[in-house]
Write a protein that binds this ligand. Sequence first.
Ligand code: FAD
Length: 569
Amino acid sequence: MLQHDVVIVGSGLAGMSAALEICGQLDVAIISKVYPTRSHSGAAQGGIAASLGNSEPDSQEEHMYDTVKGSDFLGDQDAIEMFTRDAPEIIYQLEHMGCVFSRTGEGKIAQRAFGGHSHPRACYAADRTGHAILHVLYEQVMKQGKRISIYPEWYLMSLIIRDNVCRGIVIYDIRSGNFEVIRAKGVIFATGGYGRAYRITSNAFANTGDGIIAAFNAGVPLEDMEFVQFHPTGLFGQGILVSEAARGEGGYLINGKGERFMEKYAPAKMELAPRDIVSRSEQREIDEGRGIDGKDYIYLDLRHLGKEKIMERLPQVRQLGIDFIGMDCITDPLPIQPTAHYSMGGIPTDKDGHVIIDDKGTQLTGFFAAGECACVSVHGANRLGTNSLLDAVVFGKRTGIAALKFAKGPRLSDMKEDEVLAPVKERISAVFSSPGTESINDIRDELKENMMSNCGVFREKEGLNKGLEKVKELRERYKNGKITDKSKLFNNELIEVLELGHMLEFSEIIFKGAIAREESRGAHSRTDFPKRDDRNWLKHTLAYLTEDGIELKYKPVTITKYQPEERKY
Ligand SMILES: Cc1cc2nc3c(=O)[nH]c(=O)nc-3n(C[C@H](O)[C@H](O)[C@H](O)COP(=O)(O)OP(=O)(O)OC[C@H]3O[C@@H](n4cnc5c(N)ncnc54)[C@H](O)[C@@H]3O)c2cc1C
């Protein structure tokens, strides 16, 4: 049996930041189903937030307030305070590691405007910020040599919890088709988001919520899963992201009548209102027939920025438009639509990444989570742009420190390898031996369409109930899924089957939470309950797996400095 003091699943910004805190003192390993530098963090474009005040005066206090307001007052304010306080230092650490941030004329880290932030706060490397940070962290990991073991293209199969203590994980080697158990004193999940359940999404193929479902099936509740963020500017028909940096640099949103329609919805902030508000405004224009030529898209117009600025600040955005829809934003407006982008919900944790399993703050010993798969909750009902790269590095690091401290204590648990492997092997053999008349691709397509039409930018009771029934039907059909490749080596079809299973499971949780929450808050917008209802719903959802299915409980929001108020921009 393999063993490490701490094992981290995920090699994005959160996973690698955690590993760098642990190595050198304890034996640490990183598992990733994709090659580490292919983690979705590398796709982040626009920037990472910190109140450095390099463009105009700014403060941690204002960053905190903007984040609380952006979260529609569902974010936990103690966590947000700490998160915004840690931000400047973490940016300088990345800079000292060699991250190539864009610069001001005087050589300081340049900062651009982003939605919902009251000052230019996004530190960026052109429009490839995630790429720059991910590669810098990977260099640091490489520099550690054998002090960090990496298992690239290994797939997490299950989390081992016995007697309320986390004891390790079961993994599957995609290359050979073999299973291994890793015993560990501490396990950190940094497995990223789950946007792939939607037809139109900015997310990488790997973002299928495997980690959160492994935790859920091991008895961990999931928090606030109904809050799924739609980003306002996905390339039409594809969902591929056009960074908010395009609007931060001055881009316009234009409807079919040639109007800058944000004037009606957020006159002070215009295109730089928070994402939930801009996505809803776009969708409303489209639904009411004011899309371009009455179709399902509007324009993002960057032409007035000029070639020079576009080439310097937004080179990737331009290339994505050319490569994927054959349009050059220097000469053409880009057709865009809202795209499923970010998961506010996830595995509940405290500020140091300890996984918390109830409303009393009870920790699950030895289990930690950080990054997009975790819910601390600093983003509440709606995340502000550039706050999630920050979330991944700040909480990745804090979680690494907490896991290091923890893992210095206990000894590795004894366990019987066969016993923990049995359920995993059973699951795979069930997939291989399924009589198989249902097409996995059809089930996936139907799920994605169902999430778009019944649990998208706008939601209402009838659609949500219909959507939930559809997911249940798809889960039944999934049991009879057809797999054609039964080989062991690099069986991507098998991986896709497993991932679809996870998407079906968390989609049901999203629907359950969304049906119960009879209010509109942040990204959860119910047309039948259009107002925020603090009296009944100023609380976090916790979804538990019970013998009778999913059970919802709730826990209070931590409010310190800012009482909830009407959210206007
Ligand atoms: C296109 C795009 C642009 C974005 N731009 C920005 C931006 O400009 N600013 C900003 O703040 N945020 C941005 N975001 C959001 C931000 O990039 C992510 O929230 C953040 O990078 C998540 O980091 P992470 O470390 O939590 O996870 P990820 O980087 O997603 O990494 C997840 C890791 O988990 C591993 N994993 C998952 N499942 C398994 C499994 N079953 N077995 C083994 N390994 C597994 C994966 O291999 C991967 O290594 C953007 C997101 C997208 C999609």
